[in-house]
Design a protein around this ligand. Structure first.
Ligand SMILES: [Zn+2]
Ligand SMILES: [Zn+2]
Length: 430
């Protein structure tokens, strides 16, 4: 029964119990964000293509190679969102969210789309949990944004990661830096790979992303951004680092960490995990003081992070972290052949009204096969309806964990199950 179709390349289904683990892991993230004063925003899955062309940058790999862009039937160019920040800033401007007070602290979760070559930890549809603090250039908000994923990962029980930070300056100090870097790359061009030769012309900052050993070696003597920071950017970066210490975040300054997009400024950071291979940045982010203007709005600084959920799940698996208690069926309602279907449904419905997690058979199985199905569903109890008990207004209640069995009046059934579940909790608590 495999059917005719497969999920498109680079996409996958999230099926239980993974889907349930994911839900729990997101809940933990939401709780932490809410604790920090962030509120949920959901933007559309597609936007006008211009939002990304301007918001991410014309010369980036994302915009030139990876976007799912299509013309809809009205001839409008739309793009499946490749990231979450530009849409959030578009919404911030369009809906004048700043009138609700700044900084606006927002978080989002959802699928993103990039047509990259699929590999471990990299998919064409992937999910991000992200947050943006918009409207403030206070370095304290940068350190808050960096501290939140740190708290999140620690709360999930993760330990094997490093927090790397850098400042990529502002337009004033980056211009002279890029001139120096470009001159250096010109002198070193014979040692660079072909991709880097192109990057040197188009987007020189991105050269630090190259994983080729020859390029890394050639770049050892490259000028580095932190040495070129203007006075304001230097002071901002120093304050961010100071406040990271106050917040208890252990970090390393990585002068080669860049976000080679025009609208990114000052703070840049990543959370690098052990054992994930090439796609080891589970979280990344930074400041983007020119993004709102690029989208046609008034100048409004902002800073944010995004967590790649698929990579996070892999990190959790590798470290054996965050054991998640999965939801369990409390009770399965089985019946003896010949029992009125109406009475079975009544019992099932009343258990659900009592807020128990309850299910029943819908395949006309024999009692034996129903018991087998209840086991497969992982039910804790089975209620057996029918027979002599039925005539006396009673049912049989069996505990599948302990094999204990009781005959219970129908009106007392939910209460009895609750008691038995409570006893179990009492034991584990004690
Ligand atoms: Zn500067
Ligand atoms: Zn290279």
């Amino acid at each position: 029964m495999s059917g005719k179709f497969k999920a498109p390349r680079g996409t996958f289904d999230i099926v239980y119990p993974d889907s349930e683990k994911l839900e729990r892991i997101l809940q933990i993230g939401y709780e932490i964000l809410i604790r920090h004063g962030y509120r949920r925003i959901s933007t559309p899955i597609f936007e006008n293509t211009e939002v990304f062309r301007r918001g991410i940058g014309e010369d980036t790999d994302i915009v030139t190679k990876e976007m799912y862009t299509f013309e809809d039937r009205g001839g409008e160019s739309l793009t499946l969102r490749p990231e979450g920040t530009a849409p959030v800033i578009r919404a911030y401007l369009e809906r004048s969210l700043y009138s609700g007070g700044i900084p606006q602290k927002l978080f989002y979760f959802g699928p993103m789309f990039r047509r990259e070559r699929p590999q471990a930890g990299r998919y064409r549809q992937f999910h991000q949990l992200g947050a943006e603090a918009i409207g403030s250039d206070d370095p304290a908000i940068d350190s808050e944004i960096i501290s939140i994923p740190d708290i999140y990962f620690k709360e999930l029980g993760l330990r094997k990661y490093r927090v790397v930070v850098n400042s990529i300056g502002c337009l004033n100090c980056r211009k002279p830096y890029i001139e120096r870097l470009t001159a250096f790359l010109e002198s070193a061009k014979h040692d660079l790979c072909n991709d880097c030769k192109k990057r040197a012309k188009r987007n020189p900052l991105r050269i630090f992303d190259c994983k080729e050993e020859a390029c890394s070696e050639a770049l050892l003597k490259a000028p580095l951004m932190p040495d070129f920071l203007c006075e304001d950017c230097r002071a901002h970066f120093d304050s961010v680092l100071e406040m990271l210490k106050v917040l208890g975040v252990s970090y390393e300054v990585e002068p080669r960490l860049v976000r080679g997009l025009d609208y990114y400024t000052r703070t840049a950071f990543e959370f690098i995990f052990e054992g994930l291979g090439a796609q080891n940045a589970v979280c990344g982010g930074g400041r983007y003081d020119y993004l709102a203007e690029a989208l046609g709005g008034p100048p409004s600084g902002g800073v944010g992070f995004s967590v790649g959920i698929e990579r996070l799940l892999r990190a959790i698996e590798l470290e054996g972290a965050c054991p998640v208690v999965l939801p369990r069926l409390d009770v399965f309602v089985a019946w003896i052949e010949g029992t009125s279907r109406k009475q079975v449904l009544e019992i099932l419905a009343s258990l659900r009204r009592e807020r128990l997690c309850a299910d029943s058979d819908f395949m006309g199985r024999s009692l034996k096969a129903q018991m087998k199905h209840a086991n497969r569903l992982g039910a804790r109890f089975v209620v057996i309806v029918g027979g002599e008990e039925q005539k006396r207004g009673e049912v049989v209640l069996r505990d599948l964990d302990s094999s204990e069995q009781w005959t219970v009046g129908r009106s007392k059934l939910a209460q009895k199950i609750r008691e038995a579940l409570g006893e179990q909790w009492g034991e584990t608590d004690g």
